[in-house]
Design a protein around this ligand. Structure first.
Ligand SMILES: *Cc1c(COP(=O)(O)O)cnc(C)c1O
Length: 455
């Protein structure tokens, strides 16, 4: 009986009560964000125009655990705890002795892990009396999540959506509007940053970097408005640790210990959310999994970016963050994993990578879609294009196990479903998808435009 179990669920009573902060458990702290003018570490007063106090405190918290407010847990209960599945059909299809587990975050109202942080972010803003939030969105996942969370706490939501996605994914826009949000294609003529980008290129496809500039500019200009970011920052990674904490309990139910933990990385939040609780166990010597981040070859910030202080946005409005970066003026190739097209990487994850605690690799999109289709035909769930990167690495490892006979335990984050991404699947199935290798000249050129290369 139990040997054939495929779905590991937790009762509502096991919903985590606290988030896990990895920082105090690390052998050294990550380098602080710097003010671009003074090059001194930014203080709470620098961030106050953009973020509410509670989130600023979480960003720099020395505490290993932070209590999840009851109001946030109440909303989490709409879809959490999320299921952990053993991919038995996929294992059989691959003829592998590996045990493949996936933590499925696609059961949230918007279909991804993003509401895990959108909900607390809106809650803390609302509690401080903030009436309106601005943000950017690439593929539309983050914008949908913030729009949903704003509807939960009656806060207005204004989203700058990267123009290519605005055009390619109209239903993500409709979704945000259904939740009551206002959506602009970015670059827009509503902000200084947007007008500048349009002057440079009237047909600009947009980028996350430009959209962030627009949303930040708008929030900084209004007293009752703050800005919200869906990845990259410490407090975002913190909120996502509910994924890993639940997965840990669920794997224990299955009587397994992971050998490999693999996730996709755009800004790093779903990967960190799954991996950090396991990294805590690894640092404490209680288990020793390999932890692997997978990114697109078209946007290889970990594997080919420089570890340096750079801006988080294109216009240079954010603090300088030490991270793996392809340069803040990076305009990505139009790959379909929109959520992985950011020029930088979470500074905390970048630091963890520099410490040698995690590994990273890049994979091309056709291989990823192939893995997505294999997964869908075996397991039924159509993955978002982003987690197909993790699935490609999972399949590669499972096939290696088929050769060596090793029954390795692989855990991956299936961080979203692909129901709004069928245009991308269409193109893959029609044989129209091409792979992009990020050119070395561009890696070099970006280095010359770092705000302060000596840092
Ligand atoms: C946003 C998104 C990503 C990329 O963001 P991370 O912060 O790296 O997790 C990946 N997958 C899905 C489904 C997303 O919505």
């Amino acid at each position: 009986m139990t040997s054939e179990q495929t779905k590991y669920t937790l009762p509502e009573s096991e919903l985590p009560t606290r988030w896990y902060n990895l920082v105090p458990d690390l052998p050294s702290p990550p380098p602080p964000p710097l003010h671009p003018a003074t090059l001194q570490p930014v203080g709470p007063e620098d961030l106050a125009p953009l973020f509410p106090t509670d989130l600023i405190l979480q960003e720099v918290s020395p505490d290993p655990y932070i209590d999840i407010p009851e109001e946030v847990r109440d909303v989490y209960r709409l879809w959490r705890p999320t299921p952990l599945f053993r991919a038995r059909r996929l294992e059989r299809a691959l003829g592998t002795p590996a045990h493949i587990y996936y933590k499925y975050e696609g059961v949230s109202p918007v279909g991804s892990h993003k509401p895990n942080t959108a909900v607390p972010q809106v809650f803390y803003n609302a509690r401080q009396g903030i009436r309106r939030l601005t943000t950017e969105t690439g593929a539309g996942q983050w914008g949908s999540a913030l729009a949903f969370a704003c509807a939960m706490f009656d806060v207005a939501c204004e989203v700058w959506m990267v123009r290519v996605s605005y055009e390619q994914k109209p239903y993500r826009r409709s979704m945000m509007q259904t939740y009551g949000a206002t959506v602009h294609a970015s670059p827009s003529d509503l902000t200084e940053s947007g007008r500048k980008a349009l002057a440079n290129d009237p047909d600009s496809p947009g980028s996350l970097g430009i959209a962030i500039s627009e949303a930040v500019e708008e929030a900084a200009a209004h007293e009752d408005t703050r800005y919200s970011l869906g990845s990259v920052l410490n407090h975002v990674l913190l909120h996502q640790t509910v994924i890993g904490e639940e997965a840990m309990s669920q794997l224990a139910l299955a009587g397994e210990v992971p050998d490999l933990i693999v996730g996709c990385t755009g800004g790093g939040s779903n990967f960190a959310g799954l991996a950090f609780p396991f990294l805590r166990e690894k640092l404490a010597g209680r288990m020793d999994p390999r932890i692997l981040a997978v990114e697109p070859t078209a946007c290889p910030s970990f594997t080919r970016g420089t570890y340096a202080y750079d801006f988080g946005d294109t216009a240079g409005l954010t603090p300088l963050m030490k991270m793996h970066t392809l340069g803040h003026d990076f305009i990505p190739d139009p790959i379909h994993a929109g959520g992985l097209r950011y020029h930088g990487m979470s500074p905390l994850l970048s630091h963890v990578y520099e410490l040698g605690l995690i590994e990273a690799e890049a994979r091309p999109q056709t291989e990823c879609f192939e893995a997505g289709v294999t997964f869908a035909r075996a397991e039924g769930i159509i993955p978002a294009p982003e987690p197909t990167h993790a699935l490609a690495a999972t399949l590669a490892e499972a096939r290696r196990c088929a050769e060596t006979g090793e029954p390795k335990v692989i855990l991956t984050a299936l961080c979203g479903h692909g129901h709004f991404d069928m245009t991308a699947y269409d193109r893959y199935l029609a044989g129209d998808l091409v792979d992009y290798e990020y050119p070395s000249e561009k890696v070099q050129a970006a280095l010359t435009r770092l705000p302060n290369p000596e840092l």
